[in-house]
Design a protein around this ligand. Structure first.
Ligand SMILES: Nc1ncnc2c1ncn2[C@@H]1O[C@H](COP(=O)(O)OP(=O)(O)OP(=O)(O)O)[C@@H](O)[C@H]1O
Length: 470
């Protein structure tokens, strides 16, 4: 299996001391998980490397033969303003440090600084560079309204503008290592979005899905981190956790809103440190998977109610995609209906039937609490009982009626149509209102509107004429 390089852009380490370069790159890889590293000992070669390679960040020694670090810093800032530079000097001089920052350096460290501080500084700079690049990508995509990899979304049927923005955003964030939070009501297609994010990331490893709802803290830790042999009674064999199984791929944690408080702490630490301990082991392992999480719950609300950790919420929210419910993208309903009818007909070995035009009107006026999953189930139900040439609307009507009854909407309508403190409209007025509403729902189509009203089309036409003249 090929290992993915992190970050997606290269980190160039420049220093004339080979031993420093070696020890720095080992430390960055071991403690920071940073593997996309170029090394350069010769100051005169730096500008050539920057022109050739995809470098996003440079660490620069100040005292080098030929070209000094300060001169190089000036040139990099002038010629490659998008590349971040961290200065690592042998000397602890405040004046030089201030000067480097003024010239445009991102940060300044002294070689004698604690190694951990330097690595944290590089990680911070990488994160900011990633955000900067992501921003540029986003701007480019929104301005051009383009998708670079439409094939990654081939399984997602939509013509909705909001969904297209979701795709564009995903394309911008997918190559980074940062976690992605996918939110939206149940059945809107969050798992499909997680799959697209995995495809777009270009990661060679697998997509591993774990539903964390109902896992108690010990099971959560064991599932994700795995265990050593003898870690607990019954652990006769060592077992790799899901994080390891998702190495160089994506770990998809579904129903994250149901995670216990104790497991939230573990997840936060994992995301912050990029490391974890298999149960029974005191040797940390580095996570090589990208984490995508999903929830149908309002995490902001849960966080305010004290049921979800604030720090974890903010960490996850940095890259959030929200999938709108189906009732807010009604133009997708006919597309999805066509798609699922074809799928169902093929799967059930039947010819795909035509359907009456009123069907899409009926569906457009329904709230779809189960979203796309519910529409899919209706289409499959309808095809399974279908016999004639034209699809019957009965299955759809029955489901909608049942849901409305379960939700008590019929009663709610009864209660809210006529406010107790207002006088009743006349029968004529109510009829006109009904006709208006039916025409609105049928988008001006008289034959559909007449069926909605349960009258013939000529009767509706007569009524409309009368309304226009009066
Ligand atoms: N835009 C779409 N195009 C085609 N199929 C879709 C689309 N959106 C959802 N589906 C289908 O609807 C069903 C539900 O989707 P999915 O499981 O991704 O939803 P979800 O948001 O993850 O739901 P839950 O919150 O219940 O886990 C699946 O069969 C999926 O293939």
């Amino acid at each position: 299996m090929t290992m993915n390089l992190y970050p997606s852009f290269g980190l160039l380490l420049v220093d004339d001391e080979p031993s420093f370069l070696r020890s720095l790159s080992i430390a960055l890889e071991r403690s920071g998980g940073i593997t996309h590293i170029h090394r350069c000992q010769e100051s005169r070669e730096v500008m050539g490397i920057l022109a050739r390679e995809n470098i996003g960040l440079v660490t620069l020694d100040l005292t080098m033969p030929h070209l000094s670090g300060e001169r190089l810093l000036k040139r990099i800032v002038e010629e490659h303003p998008d590349i971040g530079v961290i200065v690592i000097s042998g000397l602890n001089q405040v004046e030089t440090a201030v000067n480097c920052i003024k010239l445009g350096a991102f940060d300044y460290f002294v070689k004698t600084d604690e190694e951990g501080r330097l690595i944290e500084g590089v990680k911070r700079a990488i994160h900011l560079q990633e955000l900067r690049r992501e921003n540029q990508e986003l701007r480019k995509r929104f301005l051009n309204d383009t998708l670079e990899h439409p094939e990654a979304f081939a399984h997602i049927v939509t013509g909705d503008k909001g969904m297209r923005s979701v795709f564009q955003y995903l394309e911008s964030v997918a190559p980074t290592n940062q976690p992605i939070l996918v939110s939206g009501e149940s059945g809107v297609g969050k798992e499909l979005i997680a799959r697209a994010a995995h495809t777009l990331s270009g990661r060679q490893g697998p997509l591993v899905c774990v539903n964390v709802a109902g896992l108690d803290d010990n099971v959560f830790a064991d599932t994700l981190f795995g265990h050593q042999r003898g870690a607990f009674t019954g652990a006769e064999q060592a077992r790799a956790g899901m994080i390891e199984q998702a190495a160089d791929g994506t770990l998809f944690l579904d129903e994250i809103g149901d995670l216990s408080m104790a497991s939230q702490v573990k997840l936060l630490r994992l995301l912050q440190e990029g490391e974890y301990y298999p149960l029974g082991s005191d040797r940390p392992k580095r996570m090589r998977a990208r984490v995508v999480v999903a929830t149908h719950q309002d995490l902001g609300e849960k966080q305010r109610a004290g049921e979800f950790r604030k720090d974890l919420y903010y960490r996850l929210r940095t890259h959030q995609v929200h999938i709108p419910p189906l009732r807010q993208r009604k133009s997708d309903i006919p597309l999805l209906l066509e798609h699922f009818l074809s799928e169902a007909a093929e799967e059930l070995g039947k010819d795909k039937p035509t359907y009456p035009p009123e069907l899409t009107v009926l569906l457009a006026n329904y709230g779809f609490p189960g979203n796309v999953r519910e529409l899919r189930a209706m289409a499959f139900d309808a095809i399974s009982v279908h016999k004639a040439r034209t699809l019957s609307m009965d299955v759809f009507k029955r489901t909608i009626h049942q849901t409305n009854q379960d939700a008590g909407t019929d009663l709610a309508v009864e209660r809210t149509v006529f406010a107790a403190d207002e006088s009743l409209p006349t029968l004529h007025e109510v009829t006109d209102l009904l006709v208006h509403e039916a025409m609105r729902r049928a988008e001006g189509n008289q034959s559909i509107a007449s069926r909605l009203l349960g009258i013939s089309q000529p009767a509706l036409s007569k009524r409309l004429k009368k309304m226009r003249t009066s």
